[in-house]
Design a protein around this ligand. Structure first.
Ligand code: IMP
Ligand code: MG
Length: 191
């Protein structure tokens, strides 16, 4: 493991990272803002369930949930892993469903990033087909330039350019997930 220059909060930046796009502090501040907005919007909701999409959303969900002031449950789902090229365009498979039923609950899908939009589109259609009280999405990152399917994002952290990003839950081939910041991977690493 190579270590690079020290960044804010003294986090080491691996050699494979081209640039830090969002620092730990920037992310934390935005996640708090989203939690405030969500808490206000769901103030009268009696049964909120945050549904994290494994694995990428686990850190975002953990931070977001701990800033919410409305009562809520946490659940997870897992989808077929995304593989540029290896998976047919738009193909999404459910690998693990939620533990609890979403009936009469306000579903907030928590996702790390929306790229083409196929995954979130699949998720929203899946939960809308169930007897949930409502279905919305909280997404940390969006790459609008890559969109193939228009999807509504009710709570969005940041718009980013078309680069492969890692850290704060996001990976490349299951690496870099626990970096505290979000960084753009060097193109030679993923191309
Ligand atoms: P979409 O279906 O094309 O919108 O892809 C969404 C999924 O692809 C996300 O949930 C991520 O798992 C993955 N993904 C897309 N872009 C990135 C990235 O830059 N870094 C890490 N994962 C990504
Ligand atoms: Mg994901």
């Amino acid at each position: 493991m190579t270590t690079g220059k020290a960044q804010g909060n003294h986090a080491q930046v691996p050699e494979a990272i081209e640039q830090v796009l969002l620092s730990q502090e920037t992310i934390a501040a935005r996640v708090r803002e989203l939690a405030t907005q969500i808490s206000a919007d769901y103030a009268d909701a009696h049964s909120v369930v945050l549904i994290g999409v494994l694995k990428g959303a686990f850190i975002f969900l953990a931070d977001l949930a701990r800033h919410l002031t409305v009562p809520h449950h946490v659940d997870f789902i897992a989808l077929s892993s995304y593989n540029r090229g290896a998976v047919r365009e738009g193909e999404v498979r459910l690998i693990m469903d939620t533990r609890a039923s979403v009936a009469d609950r306000h579903v907030l899908v928590v996702e790390d990033i929306v790229d083409t939009g196929h995954t979130l589109d699949y998720l929203l259609r899946t939960f809308r087909a169930r007897p949930a009280a409502s279905v919305r999405a909280a997404v940390l990152l969006s790459k609008p330039d890559r969109r193939r399917v228009e999807v509504p994002i009710d709570y969005l952290g940041f718009k980013i350019p078309d680069v492969w990003v890692v850290g704060y839950g996001l990976d490349y081939a299951d690496r870099f997930r626990t970096l505290p910041f979000i960084g753009a991977l060097k193109r030679e690493v993923y191309e």
